[in-house]
Design a protein around this ligand. Structure first.
Ligand SMILES: *[C@@H]1O[C@H](CO)[C@@H](O)[C@H](O)[C@H]1NC(C)=O
Ligand SMILES: *[C@@H]1O[C@H](CO)[C@@H](O)[C@H](O)[C@H]1NC(C)=O
Ligand SMILES: *[C@@H]1O[C@H](CO)[C@@H](O)[C@H](O)[C@H]1NC(C)=O
Ligand SMILES: *[C@@H]1O[C@H](CO)[C@@H](O)[C@H](O)[C@H]1NC(C)=O
Ligand SMILES: *[C@@H]1O[C@H](CO)[C@@H](O)[C@H](O)[C@H]1NC(C)=O
Ligand SMILES: *[C@@H]1O[C@H](CO)[C@@H](O)[C@H](O)[C@H]1NC(C)=O
Ligand SMILES: *[C@@H]1O[C@H](CO)[C@@H](O)[C@H](O)[C@H]1NC(C)=O
Ligand SMILES: *[C@@H]1O[C@H](CO)[C@@H](O)[C@H](O)[C@H]1NC(C)=O
Ligand SMILES: *[C@@H]1O[C@H](CO)[C@@H](O)[C@H](O)[C@H]1NC(C)=O
Ligand SMILES: *[C@@H]1O[C@H](CO)[C@@H](O)[C@H](O)[C@H]1NC(C)=O
Ligand SMILES: *[C@@H]1O[C@H](CO)[C@@H](O)[C@H](O)[C@H]1NC(C)=O
Ligand SMILES: *[C@@H]1O[C@H](CO)[C@@H](O)[C@H](O)[C@H]1NC(C)=O
Length: 835
């Protein structure tokens, strides 16, 4: 429709001008005057010289009939024609030489000189021949209308053409012929440029439509820039097309594409020459590609669906002198709306958030040299990039320009800090993924909550809606999502493990700052994520690294592992498991290995198994002894594991499992299940139990119950946790409560991250809830397998310089006497009712 209108108006204009021009035509005289030093020459000649032996029309100048006229600078000539329609026979050529080698170059807008109204009404061709040094780049800039390149045999509907050529040494190189309705906005060349603007005699155009600018060297034959303002296409050709591209040359096309559109390149015609050296190729710079420049052979399928500006270069080769062949290329760039993806926009409202940030980024995949089309996230459909971070405090409108949305994922991070116990202890905080994120058509990869508490004042309790299973080799998580729990401290991070819904872990308590990361593994996580919520409570500080509360309710084995699995439990740290045994069941505790393999440099590594009801303890040295054989527990019990400072490479890591058997089951069945050895042990255990005196532990309050996370090497790599964001926002820890800002307090703490850890380890000094087992005094050796700890358990073990690893058993009543800093609110600790 528009095209037709355009053509009609061109014809109409032509007709109008015809009328106007008639006044000047024929016998009307015209005067051509060229100023001295203008560098302009005007030539009038027959359009098809020599065809008619006797021309039907002559130029009449000073009463003479001539068929060719040349006007030089400084001359003035007055002419008429012998016929009334000289435009049929004669053409005008107005040539201007611009020499930038010898004098200043007149840059800027180029004028039509002499003005078209002073010239006879003939087809006219204005030629500008600019010569410059090889090192100077010349840029032709076309204001609207921009140019459209035409191929051999094509013509422009309005008859206006631009023929552009350049020069390599003395040889002219044709860049192309262009009409006035296209995308080419700039052409850069080097060493000189020749531009011929052909205007038919009836065309009203009285401006050149371009300007020339001075640029630095472009180091190639030419650069052609095309600007697309909407959907459309452009066909472009290599220099000299359909002739051969100059040997060993380089030519570049740049494309400016609106953000919401995509470009595809297809080669319509090409030939390659016989290369002696180097290879003929095309190279692309594509936004979002990690392997720029993308190199293609001309025979290859060319890239499509590119978002953003790109450029394309054609590189020739050293041709075989005998049989050079011919390199040429005609290609099309098609710009259109994304074909295969939603044009939907998604609103992500972070205006109520203060400490959350969200990054949409390309998922890490190994990328070969193979071309991959661009995949972008656009803000407000305008600014597109491959990696977008949305910050808290505002609403974000995003859309996707991507052929395959599975190439993207979302990572989010939120900081919850509690610096005022009195305030945040009162409410639970839900770790929940906002619905705005779940609605996105891309996978949620990680959602990390950074939980921050003041040092030595508060700890964390994580309570999942559904009990968790620890991911281990033996029982791998197969759910669509899981949590990774990392305890963070300036000196070292402790990876508690990876956990997924559907197990027996009821709580995880973490001594200090922690990062909990929800990671998804399968697309169906959406359903699961709504069921699985983690609640965090800020609780009084305790001294162990962690405490796991395990309440088995299944006959399946429950596998549990020490934190930091492969790398070993950190030196001088301690973790506990509070394992409940239902009243009608018997639990069997089994260790995976016979020995731990730990070798201590200083301190001691040991394990305490304490029955919660009777408080009977068994203490095992983990250094030289064999680990206990499977043992049966009729009542809830603690497992506490404390590490020494191990020799490197001889770390402490333990895997154990718990199984339940109904109490009513005949002893024989158990024996059958566990084996003869176990029977012996069981019997032995019973005997020991009988022999043991009941411990009177009423005063022996606080041991530190620690629940420890296991590390599993499997699913997620612990390193992923280090994926810290560098942007400032993530360092601004806001407080959970919107009305309180503790940022200033936190700023200072940043420095402590640089300080070396100087604390000595003093486990079990905290006055916490009740029962986790109390470790033995430091000097106490346990050379034999089992030991009932109720005998010598001095409450104030001697401390010595070389044994910083000490334990104390503060009386419940004495809480706070010695460690004023510890119990903020000791009464709030988990208290197990004493049996
Ligand atoms: C003048 O230009 C028009 C359009 O380019 C063309 O069709 C016509 O043949 C030209 N006339 C002469 C005499 O060259
Ligand atoms: C320019 O004009 C030609 C001839 O009328 C037409 O075929 C082409 O589609 C036009 N191009 C644009 C970009 O308008
Ligand atoms: C070109 O023509 C237009 C009208 O058609 C006129 O307004 C303008 O001044 C002219 N420009 C020159 C440089 O002659
Ligand atoms: C063109 O620009 C170059 C630097 O880009 C400069 O050295 C040179 O003098 C300029 N030439 C003219 C004629 O302005
Ligand atoms: C150019 O390539 C085409 C096939 O793409 C082939 O048919 C043609 O013969 C080649 N021309 C020359 C001159 O090599
Ligand atoms: C092509 O694009 C790349 C990346 O945008 C840019 O570094 C390079 O200068 C461009 N080359 C040309 C000749 O435009
Ligand atoms: C869109 O792309 C997907 C693959 O990314 C393909 O399976 C689907 O058929 C495409 N749809 C259309 C309409 O092209
Ligand atoms: C999305 O595309 C469809 C079809 O191309 C169109 O009907 C719809 O209006 C577009 N929606 C938006 C929000 O642009
Ligand atoms: C995305 O940007 C963030 C922050 O600028 C950066 O940490 C991350 O590595 C980037 N991701 C990719 C895949 O480039
Ligand atoms: C936990 O983080 C807060 C805030 O960054 C800091 O003040 C505190 O010292 C950290 N706690 C530990 C044990 O590093
Ligand atoms: C996951 O593993 C459990 C046993 O650990 C099994 O019962 C369940 O069917 C598995 N689910 C899937 C989806 O494989
Ligand atoms: C141990 O676990 C049981 C069962 O969940 C719980 O009732 C008890 O309070 C826990 N003890 C401690 C000290 O956390």
């Amino acid at each position: 429709m528009a095209r037709r209108t355009c053509r009609v108006s061109v014809v109409l204009l032509g007709a109008l001008l015809l009328g106007a021009a008639r006044l000047l035509r024929g016998t009307e005289a015209s005067e051509i005057a060229l100023p001295q030093g203008s560098g302009i020459t005007v030539r009038i000649r027959l359009a098809s010289p020599g065809l008619p032996s006797k021309p039907s029309c002559y130029i009449i100048m000073a009463r003479q009939h001539v068929i060719e006229l040349l006007v030089k600078p400084g001359e003035r000539k007055s002419i008429t024609f012998s016929c009334s329609n000289p435009e049929k026979y004669f053409v005008l050529e107005i040539e201007k030489n611009i020499d930038c080698m010898s004098g200043p170059c007149p840059f800027g807008e180029v004028k039509l000189q002499p003005s078209t109204s002073e010239l006879p009404t003939l087809n006219r061709t204005f030629i500008w021949d600019v010569r410059a040094h090889k090192s100077i780049g010349l840029e032709l800039q076309f204001s609207a209308p921009r140019l459209r390149q035409i191929g051999p045999g094509e013509s422009c509907t309005d008859g206006v053409t631009h023929s552009i050529s350049g020069r390599i040494d003395a040889t002219e190189v044709k860049i192309g012929i262009f009409c006035s309705n296209g995308t080419v906005s700039r052409i850069k060349m080097q060493e000189g440029v020749k531009m011929a603007l052909h205007l038919p005699w009836f065309h009203p155009r009285n401006v050149s439509g371009f300007s020339i600018a001075n640029r630095s060297s472009i180091k190639r034959l030419c650069i052609i820039e095309s600007v697309f303002e909407g959907e459309g296409s452009a066909t472009l050709m290599s220099a000299n097309y359909p002739g051969g591209f100059p040997e060993d040359e380089l030519m570049t096309w740049q494309f400016i594409i609106p953000a919401h559109l995509r470009a595809s390149v297809s080669f319509l015609n090409f030939n390659v020459s016989n290369c002696e050296r180097k290879e003929e190729r095309v190279e692309y710079y594509i936004p979002g590609s990690t392997t720029n420049p993308e190199v293609f052979k001309l025979e290859d399928k060319q890239p499509g669906n590119m978002a953003g500006n790109f450029n394309l270069s054609l590189q020739g080769c050293d041709q075989d002198a005998q049989s050079p062949g011919i390199l040429r290329l005609q290609f099309q760039v098609l710009v259109q709306r994304p074909q295969n993806e939603s044009n939907k926009t998604y609103m992500i409202d972070l205006s109520q958030e203060r400490t959350m940030s969200l990054t949409i980024e390309p998922r890490q995949t190994k990328q070969g040299r193979r071309f991959v089309p661009g995949c972008f996230v656009c803000l407000e459909s305008r600014i597109c990039s491959t990696n977008v971070t949305l910050t808290a405090g505002s609403k974000h409108k995003i859309s996707f320009l991507c052929d395959d949305l599975t190439r993207l994922w979302v990572n989010a991070e939120k900081t919850l800090s509690c610096l005022d116990y009195g305030y945040c202890s009162r409410k639970p905080y839900l770790l929940q993924v906002p619905a705005d994120i779940l609605q996105l058509p891309i996978q949620l990869h990680d959602f990390s909550w950074k939980l921050l508490v003041p040092k030595d004042r508060l700890s964390l309790r994580l309570v999942p809606a559904q009990k968790l299973q620890q991911h281990t080799h033996e029982r791998a998580c197969n759910t669509s999502l899981g949590y990774r729990v990392l305890s963070t401290s300036p000196s070292q991070d402790l990876y508690f493990g990876s956990f997924c819904p559907g197990g027996s872990i009821e709580q995880i308590q973490v001594k200090q700052n922690a990062t909990v990361t929800l990671r998804t593994f399968a697309p169906n996580f959406q359903q699961e994520v709504s069921r699985q919520v983690l609640t965090v409570f800020f609780i009084p500080y305790f001294k162990e690294e962690g405490i796991f509360t395990v309440t088995p309710d299944t006959k399946n084995k429950i596998y549990l592992r020490t934190p930091n699995w492969d790398r070993g439990l950190p030196a001088l740290s301690s973790v506990s498991w509070n394992i409940s045994v239902p009243s009608d069941q018997v639990a069997c505790l089994t260790f995976f290995k016979e020995r731990t393999g730990v070798v201590c440099q200083s301190g001691r590594a040991f394990m305490i198994i304490q029955e919660q009801r009777t408080r009977m303890e068994e203490i095992f040295s983990l250094e030289e002894e064999v680990l206990p054989k499977p043992s049966f527990h009729r009542h809830s019990f603690w497992v506490n594991i404390s590490n020494c400072s191990p020799v490197s490479g001889k770390q402490l890591d333990l895997l154990f499992w718990v199984t339940l058997t109904p109490r009513t089951v005949d002893l024989a069945v158990i024996i059958g299940a566990v084996g003869g050895g176990a029977l012996l042990l069981f019997a032995l255990g019973l005997i020991i139990c009988f022999v043991k005196k009941r411990k009177k532990k009423v005063n022996k309050g606080p041991a530190v119950g620690i629940y420890n996370g296991n590390i599993n090497t499997q699913i997620p790599q612990p390193q992923k946790f280090q994926k810290g964001r560098k942007d400032n926002d993530s360092h601004v820890y806001a407080v959970i409560d919107d009305t309180m800002v503790y940022g200033h307090l936190l700023e200072d703490s940043g420095q402590s991250f640089l300080q070396p850890e100087v604390d000595t380890y003093r486990p079990f000094q905290g006055a916490m809830g009740d029962c986790p087992p109390s470790p033995p005094p430091i000097f106490f050796r346990t050379p034999t397998a089992k030991f009932a700890a109720d005998e010598p358990a001095p409450s104030s073990p001697p401390e010595s310089e070389n044994e910083p690893y000490t334990f104390s058993h503060p009386n419940k009543g004495e809480v706070g006497n010695r460690e004023t800093d510890i119990p903020l609110l000791n009464t709030q600790g988990p208290v197990e009712p004493e049996e």
